[in-house]
Design a protein around this ligand. Structure first.
Ligand code: F3S
Length: 284
């Protein structure tokens, strides 16, 4: 049986970096209390693994002062300036594991708003990444746009004011261009920066390509991980024999019996260890 594993399966660069920063802090400060601001990634196995090493999850929107002083690691999708300041003001040491691609958006939002630009963020306003970005805009003069309808309805009192448009890292390229086009037709002075990260798209494209070439496709990730569900849907369209697994225990060997080839991919928060266990079970 031929096993094809997607190169882009599992953690992206930013998540890998954040997870290794937690490992590094555990090693450097065995005597200190270590927190992650919210779960470090959406994977219970990883959160539990760190919990056993003493890493506690600081609840988002809680008062950092109510926690014993320690080191607080900020996650890859970043936090607002206010959250970071509150953590430091409460006496903790903040370790910034914000993905450099997200940090770049924070800086763009901050610099453009300081120059007086109005900011439009294209993305899901309820996502923590967007809330973090909005929290770096000076003067809070901004809006979030997610749909064509919202773009159509957008208007600014001062039509001569420059507008900087930024996007959520995981937003869809085509949708971003469509929304910018709608905004552009309104005659404003628009400066649009495509700040979409390609990691998600590359993972999805590779998954679709592999799924189209194999008899059985395995998609590994947390049940509540939306990007893994999306991967599953993409693979399912290309390969009817697609299965969703959380761990190797979910793999029913019978589905592999008549398969000559198996494709394996995994969501952005699936640890390499779990992917390896699934591969080993397939090989057996
Ligand atoms: Fe990952 Fe950073 Fe892109 S967290 S999805 S590499 S923006």
């Amino acid at each position: 049986m031929n096993i094809v594993v997607a190169e882009s399966a599992g953690f992206c660069f930013g998540v890998k970096r954040a997870v290794s920063m937690v490992e590094e802090q555990i090693e450097l400060h065995p005597d200190k209390k270590i927190y992650t601001y919210g779960p470090i990634i959406h994977n219970e196995n990883v959160v539990e693994h760190f919990r056993q090493q003493g890493v506690e999850v600081m609840e988002e929107d809680s008062d950092p002062a109510s926690y014993e002083n320690g080191i607080v690691i900020l996650r890859s999708h970043g936090v607002s300036k206010k959250v970071q300041e509150n953590i430091i003001a409460a006496g903790h040491t903040a370790v910034d594991a914000t993905c450099p691609f997200v940090k770049k958006i924070h800086n763009l939002a901050k610099d453009a708003s300081e120059k007086g630009d109005y900011i439009i963020i294209i993305g899901d306003r309820s996502h923590p990444e967007i809330q973090g970005i909005c929290g770096w805009i000076e003067g809070r003069d901004f809006t979030c746009i997610e749909t064509e309808e919202e773009a159509e309805n957008f208007s600014l009192d001062d039509s001569t004011r420059k507008i900087t448009v930024l996007s959520q890292t995981t937003f869809n390229h085509k949708k971003f261009h469509d929304l910018v086009e709608i905004l552009g037709k309104k005659g404003y002075d628009i400066y649009a920066l495509n700040t979409i990260c390609n990691a998600t798209e590359e993972r999805q494209d590779e998954a679709a390509r592999i799924a189209g070439e194999v008899d059985v496709c395995l998609v590994i990730g947390g049940r509540n991980s939306s990007n893994t569900r999306k991967l599953y849907d993409i693979c399912r369209q290309k390969c009817p024999e697609t299965y969703f697994l959380e761990t190797a225990d979910d793999l029913n060997r019978e589905v592999l019996c008549s398969a000559r080839s198996v494709g394996i991919t995994a969501g952005a928060s699936t640890p390499a260890k779990i992917i390896q266990e699934v591969i080993s079970k397939c090989q057996k």
